[in-house]
Design a protein around this ligand. Sequence first.
Ligand SMILES: NC(=O)c1ccc[n+]([C@@H]2O[C@H](COP(=O)([O-])OP(=O)(O)OC[C@H]3O[C@@H](n4cnc5c(N)ncnc54)[C@H](O)[C@@H]3O)[C@@H](O)[C@H]2O)c1
Length: 395
Amino acid sequence: MLSKNFFRFINNSCNRKYQQIFSCHASTTSKINGSNNEFNTEQKEKIIPKDDLFSFIVQCMMKVGTRPSHAEVLADNLTMADYRGHYSHGLNRLDMYVNDVKTGTTAKDGNPMILKELPGTALVDGQNLIGPYVGKYCMNIAMEKAKKVGIGLVSVRRSNHFGIAGYYSLKAVDKGLIGWAFTNTSPLVVPTRSKAQSLGTNPIAFGAPAENNDSFVLDMATSTVALGKVEISQRRGEEIPNTWGVNAQGIPVTKPQEVQGLLALGGPEESSGYKGYGLAMMVEILCGILSGSHFGPWVRSWKVNTTEANLGQCFIAIDPNAFEDEFGSRLQKLINYCRALPPSESGKPVLIAGDPERVHMAKCEKLGGIPYPQSQIDYINELARTLKVDVPKIQ
Ligand SMILES: NC(=O)c1ccc[n+]([C@@H]2O[C@H](COP(=O)([O-])OP(=O)(O)OC[C@H]3O[C@@H](n4cnc5c(N)ncnc54)[C@H](O)[C@@H]3O)[C@@H](O)[C@H]2O)c1
């Protein structure tokens, strides 16, 4: 079970004590402290029930010819992104998937193919299908192998944008396994000391099950932020911190419209951005180099949909039962210890990775759906009009 402290924290977050931090009203600022997860808007938010969002995404994808079972996995991934508060990779990205299928640069139908296989590994050809469909297929193979031989690693080439990396790690956690997921992406990040975009925001997700449905779920870009967060700031007319991106000369900027390249996690060299750069390279080695897909600067440019993306991805599942018997309780002990640490700032409890998402999901449950600002509702209406599909129920 989640620790008592954490339950109290979630409940309080929607009550008096943390109301200013985790607003549970649909009309006030809703930024989680210490995280960039949410829309931070004074606009009145609108609520879309999760199931209605899911159906809308499926309808949009089917309208451009996507096989329903593929559209459903994508909808599951995008809905989960917004539900968990990762708005940069949910509904916000739907037009990209629609356009990729519409232009024929992502395949509408088919099945991934295993090219090579050993007891603990597989190399897969994603057949240029929708990324989350390919990712789910690969994670399932990795989990089956982990259950049989303790560990499974699946490397895939010819995949597409797979949404939030945490989606796949959570599949492993749900089965009592440790799960990793990685993908390479279009070159947007400037290596430390460079002004040329050469690597993607190459995310890493790592999930580990603790006790009674509690878990540690780290799900992060290896850039300071995902590009979607710069886009959201631009749409809102807000400035960004100077550790997020650089202009064409490689100089850090605070105006989102001036961003020509993203900085690796850590920012400039002075604040150890080379560590993020190193992690992005590590992801590229596991994804692009290992699978035989495009890699680094040779991945197609962001949102260019005239050629196949041919992304590389990597999925790892580990069965903790192959190791220490008390894995779950030992992890829980550490999680509980961290959450109970005295906060350095009053009203800002110590969290573990996955907690900000838990708070956001609790907020959605309380609201009866996922909150969106008017700009996202306008985006939905425009997509619905263009594709001639029904708009989802909006409260
Ligand atoms: N498919 C792609 O090409 C791609 C590329 C980049 C990012 N993404 C996705 O974008 C999403 C957002 O990535 P991000 O890096 O902006 O995430 P983020 O910075 O919002 O959060 C990163 C991690 O930090 C944890 N965290 C946040 N605040 C914390 C705190 N105070 N204490 C402890 N842990 C805390 C979160 O739980 C999360 O696991 C992720 O789901 C990622 O997979 C996808």
